[in-house]
Write a protein that binds this ligand. Structure first.
Ligand SMILES: [Zn+2]
Length: 240
């Protein structure tokens, strides 16, 4: 979604009216407008819009690159992105890999800020609307354990995925993996996913597989707040 707003050709009449009818409506309108106006555009204006869009995208990428270390929550992320964009718009020339240098004449600050506002809003909406899809079971032959998978999605856009196994006879759940791209980390979605897991399969003792360092600290913090038992024991039961 963010990629689409920042990478696909922009319509000439951007920005759209102030209140978009949700993510889906925003994206649909963007697509329609882009298709309708593309052939009538002035070439110079089109290049200027593309350069401006590249600046907003670059600022977004700079902010994303800092996430591993900074772990910014959504509001702080939006502010950091804004700061990066301010700096890029103030620079005499901006070099972005794979395209000509962008000078002051090549960019449109009003458009940059409209685009920033639209994408920020879409991002905040996606986080606010994120919900878990139903668990899809995949039974394993000759085992009482069942594999499941669900996604955390905003409307139809998947933001992350959870995979786990449940052994009802042993009262055991094993979280096999929870993966969100960096873009959707530190937004509370991992917590949402684990709460959902506990709600769908209550009364189990939960185990986790070995995880990367940052995931490990997330589990530790989550476990301390959870009412379900989460354990460090290595072997859940013979079936999972
Ligand atoms: Zn078992």
């Amino acid at each position: 979604m963010v990629m689409r707003l920042l990478l696909k050709p922009l319509p000439a009449s951007w920005p759209a009216p102030a209140r978009p009818p949700g993510l889906r409506g925003l994206l649909a309108r963007l697509r329609d407008l882009a298709a309708a106006v593309r052939r009538h555009e002035d070439v110079h204006e089109r290049l200027r819009r593309a350069a401006t869009q590249a600046l907003v995208w670059q600022a977004y990428q700079q902010t994303l690159a800092e996430q591993e270390r900074q772990r910014r929550r959504p509001a702080a992320f939006a502010q950091a992105w804004k700061n990066h964009l301010t700096a890029l718009l103030a620079a005499d020339t901006v070099e972005i890999t794979g395209r000509p240098a962008i000078t002051a004449a090549d960019r449109d600050p009003d458009l940059a800020w409209s685009l920033y506002a639209a994408v920020s809003r879409a991002r905040a909406e996606a986080i606010a609307r994120a919900a878990a899809t139903p668990s899809r079971p995949r039974h394993v032959a000759d085992s009482p354990a069942s594999w499941y998978e669900f996604t955390i999605a905003a409307e139809d856009h998947p933001l992350g995925r959870v995979q786990y196994t449940v052994c009802q006879p042993c009262g055991v759940g094993l979280l096999r993996g929870i993966s969100f791209p960096l873009e959707w980390q530190f937004c509370g979605l991992g917590t949402l996913a684990l709460r959902e897991l506990e709600t769908r399969h209550p009364s189990l003792t939960w185990y986790t597989t070995d995880q990367y360092e940052h995931a490990r600290s997330f589990y530790e913090r989550y476990r301390n707040r959870s009412t379900s038992p989460w354990t460090d024991e290595p072997q859940p039961c013979p079936h999972v």
